[in-house]
Design a protein around this ligand. Structure first.
Ligand code: NDP
Length: 286
């Protein structure tokens, strides 16, 4: 059974697709486009991009992937804080839509907090909704204090998500940010859910407990990381993880991770190996 999350008023699969570094030459554009399309075929519906990623090159790859199948995808992009004024947001959004080759974003995020007053940025988002250029807005890299400032801003109840770094090796948000977002009924998007893969994730995927529990599910350690990220938190699922993958085997694995449910005993063992935070921690970022 595929794990879904109530996100922005609809049920979306709890694993989507990241696109950072796409268009940068690590793979051919064809491989990246094919990968995203394969991900969509397998139900990885949400695709996350940003104007910052290759100055539009990632958005162009996404545009090619969704050409002819716009309705299969839930497309997210992000504006730089330097473009968070009303005028800046409008121009940045129009550029993103043009790279993506679409009329309207499903979700538009402020990439991280900046110096433009939030009230102006929120007005800018509302104007984009009124103009039919975005369906919803949200934020990214907002720590608890920035989230509280957002909550005090008029119109903030329409915030759809906060996209932050989260994986088994980086659990700081569980102490205060996750509970605060739960109170505000704002679901999370987890970036770097597989700790950026390769050697960067070695401390997690080589851990004997991770390997033991993965084997119990006939899964890879990376699939275990994804199943862990999307597990219910305090009894409820409210998170979409957005691993980036181009390798066909990685995409297949990530989609299959939607079917893994970890038992209470397995989760407790992972808590022992990677303890939840005992106090407030600064928000991790990349
Ligand atoms: P991830 O944790 O998603 O790791 C990506 C790496 O993991 C790639 O090298 C990929 O390999 C590899 N990988 C993916 N699936 C598997 C698998 N099943 N087995 C083994 N390796 C795997 O890191 P990202 O930094 O890309 O984060 C995910 C997304 O989050 C970004 O792409 C971006 O969309 C978003 N993001 C947002 C940020 C923000 O500030 N809001 C900051 C950073 C990321 P390969 O591609 O070779 O298949």
């Amino acid at each position: 059974m595929t794990v879904t999350v109530n996100f922005a008023g609809q049920q979306l699969p709890a694993i989507g697709q990241g696109t950072w570094r796409m268009g940068d030459g690590h793979y051919t554009a064809e491989q990246e486009v094919d990968g995203l399309r394969r991900g969509l075929d397998l139900g990885l519906t949400l695709i996350d991009s940003a104007e910052m990623y290759g100055h539009g090159r990632s958005e162009s790859i996404v545009g090619r992937a969704v050409k002819g199948r716009r309705d299969d995808a839930f497309i997210v992009s992000k504006a730089l804080p330097s473009n968070a004024t009303k005028k800046g947001l409008k121009e940045a959004c129009e550029r993103s839509l043009s790279y993506l080759g679409i009329d309207c974003l499903d979700l538009y995020l402020l990439h991280w907090p900046g110096s433009t007053p939030l009230s102006e940025t929120l007005e800018g988002f509302e104007q984009l909704i009124d103009a039919g250029k975005i369906k919803r807005w949200g934020v990214s890299n907002f720590d608890t204090s920035a989230t509280n400032a957002l909550a005090r801003t008029s119109g903030s109840s329409d915030c759809t998500t906060n996209q932050v770094l989260y994986n088994l090796g980086s659990r700081g948000i569980e102490f205060d940010l996750r509970p605060r977002l739960r109170e505000l009924e704002i679901p999370l998007m987890a970036y770097c859910p597989v700790a950026q893969g390769g050697s960067a994730s070695r401390h997690l995927v080589n851990h004997p407990i991770v390997q033991e529990i993965a084997a119990q599910h006939n899964a890879s350690p990376t699939q275990l990381l994804l199943a862990w990220a999307i597990r219910p938190f305090n009894g409820e699922r409210d998170l979409i993880a957005i691993p980036k993958a181009v390798t066909p085997a990685h995409i297949e694995e990530n989609a299959k991770a939607l079917e893994i449910t970890l038992s209470a005993e397995q989760l407790a063992k992972l808590d022992e190996a990677f303890p939840p935070p005992a106090g407030p921690e600064p928000l991790d970022i990349v």
